[in-house]
Design a binder for this molecule. Structure first.
Ligand code: ADP
Ligand code: MG
Length: 710
């Protein structure tokens, strides 16, 4: 038997157990070793009967505890009702006596004989004047045999108990005596990373807490390192069938724009045009804060493509934004002699059909096509697509990004965002995306004052909203939900990754836009207040938004549908309710809705959170005003996530164990990425025999995932 043997080779594993294990993705002995615990119990910290009883009396409950107890009365099993068997006995330590009860495990009466000692584990309760243990986990104490102090808790499935999976993994461990190490020796030493063998042993059965941390660190590093190595290798082999658009003359578009490019815009343009003049596919992100003028850069890039005879697709997340871009760009391109088309989901089917066939037409097709994701989800065949631009890229879901990159096998790609999501941003670090930065705003912009307040400020906050209105300014209020306490995901326009770390039970309940608008109207009857959310029809939404944009409303209460969209320079106040529920990048995007006119603007983050991580995020918002820095903080706090469909190097069934939350300063994965880049620089195809195993793992990662990265 070895690592690759099927689990059925293990004694006692027949086809039904094997079937159950397969639901956990476990087929071989090696798979067992990759089935990581999802949690651990620290059974080494033993409490006593009297301590546990005292704790419950003082605080109302006890946390799960380990107790070492001797059985004081032989266990007795009785059928109390049809189908219910209770097995009961008393057990004691030097501090006192407690009752222990098991349900429907009648056979246990033979296990718990008077005088034997066990270590029990459960959350005790206090009833009938005594401490009670109900169906605790138990291990017999045998003199001379030490019990593990840290006990793994595995993800389970029907038919597989904690006891069984633990025993199976213990068995599998015998065949992991010397697993082949795939991390290069110098990388291990330089980064203080433990060996694979030590890590496997201690992720399952840690010798100590330190050993557990060191194993977790190893796998976290390992995953990032292998991902980065794979991406770096892939980058080396980037598609080289893209059209080379050499020597484009951009003077016509520059003079057609209503302003002169800022230095930062000009620099981005030259980086982009250099990329587009090669057959090596451009994969570039244009990062520039809200209002930094990314559209103009996109227009120049689009012009390079169309002037060289290639079509350009400009994809945006919302219909409103598509219309806005179309209104801005179509006249400019028309003057320069190029047709623009607008393709959105709400076109009449017949119009859509006609437009779709126009786009693929040989003779005089529209050269610039602006649209929502209808551009990728529908059957659009371009005649010769040379450039794909994605605006507000952070608003697209993973599937949409994947579908787009599938369409763009050999087209140059440019994505734009003020606040790239962690995954996109880490592609920059991984070296799979090049980056241009607009680090300069067009002249005359003011910084938005940002503050965090709690519920006790409610009256003052309402007063502030009234004051804005009296001065002729307008206020946005954003709530995380449409109706009170409704999950955020129900808002169909909200496709942003919500920060799950903030969704602890301890967080305050969600405020809903509808009730909020009603309450605010009651508090401020003289103001004109409207509300908008993703479940309204597009025409209804548009109507309320234009009421706000054109000054017929003082306050717009909404869900995050307004995150991208209308430009209202008179809006000077952004109030975000339940601010703890939003990701940093999203908060920054919301804040970007104000500060677009001449008057000083404010962003008030309302939160009653007690969660330290949430508080830290809100602090960051008050301190930082640069979207890119904020996105970087987001990345550090949330980690880069999984890159490959097949789950990465370690399959990590107990996935929650290994994630970046412990690496809050992001140093660990930065060094993993640096190490991977250095390795690929020195040996681009990992041909040295000492990288045999690593090469194998990386090849496996890249298999079938060419299109899943964007
Ligand atoms: P974003 O980067 O958020 O997409 P936009 O492209 O919408 O920003 O530009 C924001 C505003 O700045 C627009 O009104 C645009 O016309 C203006 N703008 C862009 N570039 C310049 C520039 N170089 N000089 C002056 N105004 C500019
Ligand atoms: Mg924009």
């Amino acid at each position: 038997m070895n690592i690759n043997s099927p689990v059925t080779d293990i004694k006692g594993i027949g086809s039904s157990k094997a079937g159950a294990l397969s639901r956990l993705g476990i087929f071989t002995v090696g798979d067992l070793l990759n089935h990581f615990p999802k949690a651990y119990q620290n059974r080494g910290a033993v409490t006593t009967v009297s301590e546990a009883a005292m704790k419950i009396r003082l605080t109302g409950e006890a946390s799960p505890s380990a107790l070492i107890l001797t059985v004081g009365t032989d266990a007795v099993s009785t059928t109390v009702k049809k189908g219910i068997v209770l097995t009961k006995f008393k057990a004691f330590d030097e501090s006192g006596v407690c009752d222990i009860t098991f349900f429907n495990q009648g056979y246990l009466k033979d296990t718990f004989r008077k005088g034997t000692t066990f270590r029990f584990w459960c959350r005790p309760t206090f009833d009938y004047g005594r401490l009670q243990l109900s169906s605790p986990a138990y291990e017999m104490c045998i003199p001379g045999k030490k019990l593990d102090s840290i006990v793994p808790v595995y993800p389970l499935t029907r038919g597989i108990s904690q006891k069984l999976i633990t025993a199976l993994i213990k068995e599998a461990m015998k065949y992991a005596i010397s697993p082949e190490e795939h991390l290069p020796a110098d990388v291990l030493v330089k980064n203080g990373i433990c060996s694979l063998q030590y890590a496997i042993k201690n992720i399952h059965f840690p010798e100590s807490l330190e050993a557990l941390y060191s194993a977790r660190k190893r796998f976290e590093f390992d995953r990032t390192f292998c991902t980065a190595t794979a991406l770096a290798m892939k980058g080396e082999a980037r598609n080289s069938n893209a059209p080379a658009m050499l020597g484009a003359d951009i003077t016509p578009i520059l003079s057609a724009l209503p302003f002169t490019l800022t230095n930062a815009q000009a620099r981005a343009v030259s980086e982009i045009s250099a990329d587009m003049s090669h057959t090596r596919q451009m994969r570039r992100i244009l990062c520039g804060d809200v209002g930094s003028g990314k559209t103009a850069v996109a227009a120049v890039a689009a012009y390079i493509a169309v002037s060289k005879g290639y079509q350009c697709a400009l994809m945006v997340p919302t219909e409103i934004l598509a219309k806005q871009h179309y209104a801005e760009l179509a006249p400019i391109f028309a003057r320069l002699g190029y047709k623009t088309a607008l393709l959105t989901g709400s076109l009449k089917p017949s119009d859509k059909k006609r437009l779709q066939s126009d786009i693929g037409r040989l003779d005089d097709p529209p050269m610039l096509v602006i649209g929502t994701h209808a551009l990728i989800t529908d059957n659009v065949t371009f005649r010769n697509l040379g450039l794909i631009i994605t605006d507000e890229q952070h608003r697209f879901g993973a599937n949409q990004r994947a579908a787009l990159s599938e369409k763009s096998q050999s087209a140059h790609t440019l994505v734009m965002s003020a606040t790239p999501i962690p995954r996109t941003l880490s592609l920059v670090y991984f070296g799979d995306l090049d980056r241009s930065v607009l680090d300069e705003l067009p002249p005359g912009r003011l910084k938005v004052g940002t503050f965090t307040v709690d519920e006790s400020y409610r009256a003052r906050l309402n007063g502030f909203i009234r004051k804005q209105a009296q001065e002729g300014h307008r206020t946005y209020v954003v709530c995380p939900a449409i109706e009170e306490s409704e999950p955020v995901a129900d808002d169909p326009d909200n496709i942003y990754d919500i920060d799950f770390s903030a969704q602890e039970n301890s967080e305050p309940p969600l405020k809903g836009a509808i009730e909020y608008a009603a309450k605010l109207s009651a508090a401020l009857p003289e103001l004109r207040i409207g509300f908008v959310h993703g479940k309204l029809k597009t025409v209804e939404k548009d109507a309320v938004m234009s009421d706000f944009a054109e000054g017929r409303l003082d306050v717009l209460v909404s869900t995050t549908v307004i995150e991208v969209g209308v430009n209202v320079p008179e809006a000077t106040l952004m109030v975000v309710e339940n601010a703890e529920r939003f990701g940093l990048s999203q908060l920054h995007q919301l804040r970007g809705r104000v500060g677009r006119g001449r008057a000083k603007s404010y962003c008030i983050l309302v939160s009653d959170t007690k969660n330290e991580v949430s508080k830290k995020r809100l602090d960051i918002m008050c301190k930082l005003s640069d979207g890119y820095l904020i996105a970087e903080e987001d990345l550090k706090m949330r980690g880069p996530g999984d890159f490959f469909a097949n789950g990465g190097i370690i399959r990590q069934s107990g996935a929650s164990v290994i994630h970046s939350s412990e690496d809050t300063d992001g140093k660990l994965w930065e060094s993993a990425i640096d190490a991977a880049k250095a390795l690929i620089d020195s040996d681009p195809s990992l041909s040295d025999t000492k990288y045999r195993r690593l090469h194998q793992i990386v090849t496996e990662l890249l298999k079938g995932s060419e299109n899943t990265i964007s």
